[in-house]
Design a protein around this ligand. Structure first.
Ligand code: TPP
Ligand code: MG
Length: 515
């Protein structure tokens, strides 16, 4: 057995059995080990940003980390945008990055670079000096670290940078998995302090584990008892929704809208969330979006046992017998005629199967969120780190983790072009992914942001930086070239028909909604 095989065996024994790969020469022994260890499922992605996003989606749905297999610094570099999103999502993920044998690094051969520096920005655990003897143990440490929730935005990405000779030299042992770290509990004092101050002018802000259904039910019972509000952050990593789930507001995107929605709130109680901040700085607005005079109290950090903390608070406040306010199923009038983002959203919500999974990105997909709540049970996986091109890759991992679910990748035309290689892997693996591209032939949000500068007229050169109209992208042709059938929809009837066609068959499908 060589080091590579010891690593792959250890990972599989520990339940880490999916690898999203784009290998090169320095990873050939790892490829050989994957080939030899039957239980490891390897999924080829044609761009590393697809590997990393797919691993993110897999873990968000299954709760278990996947691995990526990446080729030295350039491979990792190509994967970084979606590793950034995975870090912000606190997704457990293990990157296996091949490197030269360390004695070869000194020769500065063409693919040599400082891989640690690239990894540092997105990883909370890095190791780059493994030997064949240590490799499987290092893999188990990478796993243990990935399962360890961390405060703030440190994330749970582990990056094991593997010298090629650690793979090919002989190894004696396969390390066993260490115990999965448990979440830190909050102190009773912390809960009592919140119980003392919370009242009808409070808002409980939920994120991370605070969005688990158990936590939301506790928060909703507290809200019913006190008459306070509950909200989630703008883009949480994962939220279950649909009829019967507790009603939770969602903080808006633009800073002035956040502040308006928090008007009259005297204290924000953080349950897995950080205090709200503006996505971007603007000349006239504050970074911290806490209204003047409003206090911020932390019940539990995102790395802590938020479910337990909210259950304790619920008990202390005597709220356990309260009736939580939940979404009710509603029938809607199906829109007709010309297509718009809002109409696409209503049609999609009305036709979606139970237990669908939505993968967000930029574009109009966010409009589906509200109508979906009163339509059917579903899971949302949001764009967590603002780095677009996440939704297509995430849909791959989600579909592999939940093969019986219908997964929807809701993408802007702009977003879809960052990682459109996702179509190829969806087709090759016959994944049940329906991609909806909201094609407005532009970077629409950037036009909106540009106007926020106070500009009325958009100059020709600025406009050209926001327009995708020339040359026009043939999305149906693009997907077809990678094996994904599709339809272009220009009105409600054709959109609804295309959706019906997709849902009647297994495998991937593209609907280009021309909005
Ligand atoms: C990696 C990355 N590059 C650039 C941006 C800046 N950016 C934000 S939204 C956007 C365009 C989105 O266009 P599209 O997906 O078509 O959605 P639309 O705004 O048209 O609804 C861009 C380029 C980003 N967020 N992430
Ligand atoms: Mg667009």
């Amino acid at each position: 057995m060589n080091g590579a095989e010891s690593l792959v065996r250890a990972l599989v024994n520990a339940g880490v059995d999916v690898c999203f790969a784009n290998p090169g020469t320095s990873e050939m022994h790892l490829v050989q080990a994957i080939d030899g260890v039957e239980k490891m499922r390897s999924v080829l992605c044609l761009f590393e940003g697809v590997c990393t996003g797919a691993a993110d989606g897999y873990a968000r749905v299954s709760g278990r980390p996947a691995t990526t297999l990446l080729h030295l610094g350039p491979g990792l570099g190509n994967g970084i945008a979606n590793l950034h999103n995975a870090r912000r999502a606190a997704t457990p993920l293990i990157n296996l990055v091949g490197n030269h044998a360390l004695y070869h690094v000194d020769f500065d051969a063409p693919l040599t670079s400082d891989i640690d520096t690239l990894a540092r920005n997105v990883s909370s655990w890095i190791k780059s000096d493994s030997t064949a003897a240590s490799l499987s143990r290092d893999g188990m440490q990478a796993l243990c670290s990935a399962m360890q929730p961390r405060p703030g935005s440190a994330g749970q990405v582990s990056t094991l940078i593997i010298p090629a000779d650690a793979c090919w030299l002989e190894a004696q042992q396969v390390a066993s998995a260490t115990a999965v770290p448990i979440r830190e509990s909050v102190t009773l004092q912390q809960v009592e302090q919140v119980a003392e101050h919370i009242d009808d002018r409070s808002l409980i802000l939920l994120d991370k584990q605070g969005l688990d259904l158990a936590a939301r039910f506790s928060a909703a019972k507290i809200a019913a008892k006190l008459g306070c509000r509950i909200a989630m952050v703008t883009f949480p990593a994962r939220v279950e929704g649909g009829p019967g789930t507790p009603l939770v507001e969602r903080l808006p995107y633009f800073p002035e809208h956040v502040l308006a929605s928090l008007a009259g709130v005297s204290q924000i109680i953080l349950a897995g969330a950080e205090a709200p901040v503006s996505f971007f700085a603007y000349p006239e607005s504050e970074s911290l979006l806490v209204p003047k005079g409003c206090k911020v109290l932390e019940l539990a950090g995102g790395h802590q046992d938020v479910v337990g903390a909210l259950a304790q608070l619920e008990a202390l406040l005597g709220a356990s017998d309260e009736e939580p306010k939940c979404y009710q199923r509603q029938s809607v009038d199906i829109p007709q005629g010309g297509l718009s983002t809002a109409k696409v959203a209503i049609i999609l919500a009305s036709q979606m199967p139970e237990k669908s999974i939505f993968c967000g990105d930029s574009g109009g997909g966010g409009a589906v969120y509200e109508p979906a709540q009163t339509a059917a049970a579903h899971t949302w996986l949001n764009l967590t780190g603002g780095s677009i091109g996440q939704g297509g890759p995430v849909s791959i991992g989600a579909a592999i983790a939940a093969p019986d679910a219908r997964v929807f990748a809701l993408l802007g035309d702009g977003a879809s072009m960052y990682t459109n290689q996702a179509f190829w892997t969806q087709a090759r693996e016959s994944l049940n992914v329906t991609t909806v591209i909201f094609n407005n032939q532009r970077y629409g949000i950037l036009e909106t942001e540009y106007r926020r500068l106070g500009v009325n007229e958009i100059g020709e050169r600025a406009a050209s930086l926001f327009s995708l109209a020339g040359p026009e992208i043939d999305f149906v042709g693009l997907a077809a070239s990678m094996g994904v059938p599709g339809r272009r929809a220009t009105n409600c009837e054709s959109f609804s028909g295309a959706l019906e066609e997709s849902l009647a068959q297994s495998g991937p499908f593209l609907i280009e909604a021309f909005v």
